[in-house]
Design a protein around this ligand. Structure first.
Ligand SMILES: C[S@@+](CC[C@H](N)C(=O)[O-])C[C@H]1O[C@@H](n2cnc3c(N)ncnc32)[C@H](O)[C@@H]1O
Length: 274
C-alpha cells in the first residue's frame, strides 16, 4: 500500500475487528454486539484466547520496562490497540516520567479511544496517537505528531507487538520491517511478538487453524508464522537475552506454567540495533 493509498477505515459495528476482539479477550468488554457474539465463538474454538492475550500484553509491558532500563525515553508503538490497563506510556512513566510515546493504529475505534484517554490524562504534550497503517511506514515516520515527539537522532523503542499477523506476505512485511529498521537510530530497540502454531500441541494447532478461519470474517484476517519466519523480522538486529522465546518466557517476573497450552502459541523477542 502506498502512502497515497491509505484511507481511514470507518468503524464497522456489523463486523468484528482485530483491535476490538483483542480488547474483548483482555477486558471482557464487547464494544459492539457483534464482538460479543463473535468472541463467544472464538472462545469455543480457542478457549485460551484470554490467557494468550494476557501473555502477549505482559510481554509488551516487560519489554517496555526493559527498554526504559536501557535508557530509552521515546517509543513508537505501532498496532497499539484499544487502550487498556498498563499502556506503553503508563508503563514507561513508572520509572521515566519524561518518556514520550507515539501510538499508531489503523483501527478508528482504537485511535479514538486512545485520543480520549490521552486527552483525559492531559498527556497530549508528550504522547500522541496517529491513525495510520503499518504498510505505509513513511506516513508514520513523517507524520507531524511523530516528528513533534520523537527525535530520530536518539535511540527509539519500537513496539510491533502482535501486529505482523495482520500483514500477509503479499504486502511484503519484511521489506516494511527493513524500512522501519533503516530509519531507527543506532542504539534503538524493537520488541515484537507473533502468533504461531508450529510448536503447539496437535490439539491446539487444530484450534489455531480453526481460529484463523474464523478471523477471515473480521476486518483483519490474521496468519501465524513459524519460528524462522518470525526470526527473519529481526534481520539487522542483535537479539537481547533470552533471544527468541515463547512470550511468557521472555524475562518473566512470575513463575511460568510449562503445561499452559497457550504458552507456545506466541513467539516474542527484543532486538537491539547496533
Ligand atoms: C492483537 S492487537 C495488539 C495490540 C497491542 N500491540 C498489544 O500487543 O497489546 C493488534 C493491533 O494491530 C492493529 N493493526 C492490525 N493491522 C494493522 C496495520 N496494518 N497497521 C496498523 N495497525 C494494525 C489492530 O487494529 C490492533 O489494534
Amino acid at each position: 500500500m502506498s502512502d497515497q493509498e491509505f484511507r481511514s477505515r470507518a468503524i464497522d459495528a456489523g463486523r468484528p475487528s482485530a483491535a476490538r476482539m483483542y480488547h474483548y479477550y483482555l477486558s471482557g468488554e464487547a464494544v459492539f454486539e457483534v464482538d460479543k457474539a463473535f468472541g463467544e465463538k472464538i472462545f469455543r474454538t480457542f478457549p485460551y484466547a484470554d490467557v494468550w492475550a494476557r501473555h502477549n500484553r505482559g510481554f509488551l509491558q516487560r519489554a517496555t520496562r526493559f527498554m526504559v532500563a536501557q535508557g530509552i525515553r521515546q517509543f513508537l508503538d505501532i498496532g497499539s490497540g484499544l487502550p487498556t490497563v498498563g499502556n506503553t506510556h503508563e508503563v514507561a512513566r513508572e520509572t521515566a516520567p519524561e518518556s514520550r510515546v507515539v501510538y499508531v493504529d489503523n483501527d478508528l475505534e482504537a485511535v479514538t479511544r486512545a485520543q480520549d484517554l490521552l486527552e483525559g490524562q492531559h498527556a497530549l504534550d508528550t504522547t500522541a496517537v496517529v491513525e495510520a497503517d503499518l504498510r505505509c511506514p513513511d506516513l508514520i515516520l513523517e507524520h507531524a505528531e511523530t516528528r513533534r515527539l520523537l527525535d530520530f537522532d536518539a535511540p527509539i523503542g519500537l513496539l510491533l507487538v502482535s501486529v505482523w499477523p495482520f500483514v500477509p506476505d503479499s504486502d511484503r512485511p519484511y521489506e516494511l520491517m527493513a524500512q522501519l529498521r533503516d530509519r531507527l537510530p543506532a542504539g534503538s530497540y524493537v520488541a515484537m511478538s507473533h502468533a504461531s502454531l508450529s510448536e503447539a500441541s496437535a490439539e491446539v494447532k487444530d484450534r489455531i487453524l480453526a481460529l484463523t478461519e474464523l478471523y477471515k470474517q473480521t476486518s483483519d484476517p490474521a496468519i501465524s508464522r513459524s519460528r524462522d519466519e518470525f526470526a527473519a523480522f529481526f534481520d539487522g538486529f542483535e537479539l537481547v537475552e533470552p533471544g527468541l522465546v515463547h512470550a511468557p518466557d521472555w524475562r518473566p517476573t512470575e513463575p511460568v506454567d510449562s503445561q499452559d497450552p497457550a504458552r507456545p502459541c506466541n513467539f516474542a523477542a527484543v532486538g537491539y540495533k547496533p
